[in-house]
Design a protein around this ligand. Sequence first.
Ligand SMILES: [Zn+2]
Length: 168
Amino acid sequence: MNFPMPNSSVHLNLDSYSIMMNFAQENSRKEIIGVFFGKINENGNGDIEISEAYPFRVGKHTEVHFKDSDYEKILPIIKDCSTRNLEWLGWFHSHPFKRGDHLYMSQTDISYQFPAQIQNPYWTAIVCNPHQIKDSSTFRGMRAFRLFYNSDDLKLTKKVIEVPLKIE
Ligand SMILES: [Zn+2]
């Protein structure tokens, strides 16, 4: 299995950025969730290039998660994306809270990320907040996260690391 290098980054095209952030802005008081697809860059660094995002559902104010029926909806998208050589590389959701920095991985988020990243080491979580678009410590209101692989035995840990996000 290949692993992304510690200095790898996540590239997001403008189209998928807009789909994610528009969905979050349209539901600026509720958490939203969705998935994204793309390619692993062959530069050997393990950067990922996200080119398509799919909104999935709107949750409650402080909680959103996938339902079993979502996976049935995702299957045809996976098939369709594979015809363009795009693979499912992760998920996005919002923390739609005002005032302060809310772009982090909660314990619940980590519990979703962990089994998925064991299956695919490139699996990435993007957290967005429509109220932090102008926060210059963020990437236009977003941050990308993965869990950390122990460098000795490559075992996945529950330590969250931020992955630099490039929106272009
Ligand atoms: Zn969350």
